[in-house]
Design a protein around this ligand. Sequence first.
Ligand SMILES: C[S@@+](CC[C@H](N)C(=O)[O-])C[C@H]1O[C@@H](n2cnc3c(N)ncnc32)[C@H](O)[C@@H]1O
Length: 258
Amino acid sequence: MTNATINFQTATGHEVLAAVGKKILRPGGRAATEQLFQWAGFKPGETVLELASSFGYSAIALAQRYHVRVVGIEKNPNSVARARTNIAAAGLSSQVEIIEGDIFHLDRIAEQFDYVLAEAILTMQSPPGKAKLLSTIRDRLKPGGKFLSHELLARSRETEIHKALAQAIRVNSTPLSEFNWMSTCATAGFQVEQHQTGAMELLNLRRLLQDEGILNTVRILWNILRYPQLRERVSAIHQVFQQYQQDLSYIIMCATRV
Ligand SMILES: C[S@@+](CC[C@H](N)C(=O)[O-])C[C@H]1O[C@@H](n2cnc3c(N)ncnc32)[C@H](O)[C@@H]1O
């Protein structure tokens, strides 16, 4: 277990999954993020703002592979500390900065960026929260800049899924249908240039192996086995994912600020 201080009853789903050792906390996993990166077409020297940057893995990959400068915003101090350690270990401290803060209060950042990357964070907001966050994202993009989004999609039964997820992951998780994601982005002043949907398999063994590798998958399974309270929470989350597997997907979108 990586974080002994969480409250097993009230911790959010991503805190529970991080506590068992999961590093990739987004519905389409590494492969979906990779597709977003391909669509983006980053050029060396360009700038990326990453919202909810968690442990810094996407920020590190961007800086290493595309030589862009990345600023990440993350509110959990433990995740910020872990991200900064990872960034220093990768020798990227001059290229990647993590700011501890709330994505709804980006006033400390005056800069406008070529890209904003936001994965598994818009879903967690209510409809007014989504609209507010999208407007903040738009403000932080240069004209013509690109918004790279990776979220949870409900093919049907949006209200029922919202209720089941909110209970299991203790977050106001509100996945939208494909049509509603598109129209929410359009209303906020974005033109969705590319998008893709696919199965939501965050806790399936095959996806775990793809996203986490063999060693970390074994470590995650071992942690789930030996901590009964975490096991209970992971199993409740897994149950909801299984129950709605025909309806739940991920969606990735590459959208331009118009
Ligand atoms: C589901 S994860 C997103 C994961 C990350 N983007 C990734 O793809 O692995 C949730 C992360 O968002 C952070 N977070 C949630 N609400 C936030 C907020 N209002 N401001 C900044 N970070 C936030 C949490 O602390 C956690 O690290």
